[in-house]
Design a protein. Structure first.
Length: 272
């Protein structure tokens, strides 16, 4: 069967196009990795045949033998739809976690995203929290990026601002968001820091850079970022305006409890 007809490939290609059109993934900015099962992949790709191997500079052994569809390093999201085999790759983590094998894609000889450490380390942490976890997504969502220039880089403060900007936020990401200071991208250092935040959150903001989101599906990860980005847009549009109304902490509590959301109670004012 033609891999271009595979549901998982079609969905990831469409997601890349949507993110580009929203302005979240300019040029080669941003990356996605999606964990797949052998049964999903086998009808389209010979999972026993490795085209070439790439050595990792970190230990990925907790993901041994796992399959991932990943965006490529230096690839433009706007080009994924036109040429998936050039811009995406299907990879398998080696038994010892020291390398990955390319099973399909990266047809020009390149490899996966330079942020693979942040992706794999986040997958490891999220899988320890939720066995259904599948997707890690990174983009440069405009308003969340702008907000990191004018807002305290503190998990609690940032979360409260987003929660209060839009009614649905405490329901969609009741655990809040994690925030990191500026760290050099493409390094294992930022990968480790992101994974530490992913222990508590599914959203991790990189100051002056972008955001990482995790979920059980592309829709869930995309929806998390989309919701936080809309709230950040509201925050930025009202930044220098005397607001007459807001969502109170009591209303936030009412929302969370009404939707049975397991929210961070210590992020509300009476925890001070």
């Amino acid at each position: 069967m033609n891999i271009n007809e595979a549901p998982f490939l079609k969905e990831l290609v469409q997601t890349c196009s949507n993110m580009y059109r929203l302005g979240w993934n300019e040029r080669n900015g941003g990356n996605i990795s999606m964990r797949l099962t052998v049964s999903e992949v086998e009808p389209y790709v010979d999972v026993t045949k490795t085209l070439r191997r790439i050595v990792l500079n970190f230990d990925a052994s907790p993901l041994a033998n796992s399959l991932f569809l990943v965006t490529g390093t230096g690839k433009y999201f706007k080009n994924v739809e036109r040429n998936p085999v050039h811009n995406l790759g299907l990879i398998r983590v080696a038994e010892d976690g020291a390398s990955i094998g390319i099973l399909w894609g990266f047809s020009d000889g390149d490899g996966p995203t330079s942020e693979l450490s942040a992706h794999f380390r986040s997958h490891i942490v999220r899988l320890s929290r939720d066995k259904e976890h599948r997707v890690v997504m990174h983009c440069h969502a405009t308003n969340l990026l702008a907000m990191t220039y004018v807002h305290p880089l503190d998990d609690r403060a940032f979360t409260r601002s987003l929660w209060r900007a839009s009614t649905e936020c405490i329901v969609v990401f009741p655990e809040g968001v994690g925030v990191l200071p500026w760290i050099l991208c493409g390094t294992d250092e930022i990968g480790r820091a992101t994974a530490r935040k992913m222990e508590d959150y599914r959203l991790c903001i990189w100051a002056q850079h972008g955001i990482f989101g995790a979920g059980n599906s592309l829709d869930e990860a995309f929806g998390l970022i989309e919701t936080a980005e809309k709230a950040a847009e509201v925050c930025m549009k009202t930044l220098n305006v005397a607001c007459l109304n807001t969502i109170s902490d009591e209303q936030l509590r009412l929302l969370a409890e009404s939707f049975k959301a397991d929210y961070r109670k210590d992020f509300l004012s009476d925890a001070l």
